[in-house]
Design a protein around this ligand. Structure first.
Ligand SMILES: [Zn+2]
Ligand SMILES: [Zn+2]
Length: 107
């Protein structure tokens, strides 16, 4: 990660954790866990609350939700393509199913 300006090597809250970015509010260095991105700007928990008026956890919850939604959508897509493939295979002539490769797939 290339920071535009030199910043402290360790998080302001966690002296043993490496700095991920600098808070745009207080200019202190923080690790990945301690900063939240708002409109392309990074804020520490305290400044984030001041800036948005929303506790940091709300943003986290939404992030977890969006990841879960993407996962469900991905699984649904997989299931759908498997379902469509199965439909196509079942519509093929019976002689086609005699082939061992298709038999193995349907099992
Ligand atoms: Zn701050
Ligand atoms: Zn930290």
């Amino acid at each position: 990660m290339n920071a535009p300006h030199p910043i402290a090597a360790f998080c302001h809250n966690h002296p043993h954790r490496e700095t991920a970015s600098r808070c745009m509010g207080c200019s202190l260095a923080f690790c990945r866990e301690c900063v939240t991105q708002v409109e392309r700007r990074m804020f520490c928990a305290g400044c984030y609350k001041t800036y948005t008026g929303v506790p940091k956890t709300k943003n986290r919850d939404w992030f977890v939700f969006s990841v879960a939604a993407q996962l469900v959508a991905g699984l649904a897509g997989l299931w759908l393509s498997a379902y469509v493939a199965g439909k196509i295979l079942s519509k093929l002539p019976a002689s086609f199913h005699e082939g061992t490769i298709w038999k193995r797939l349907s099992d």
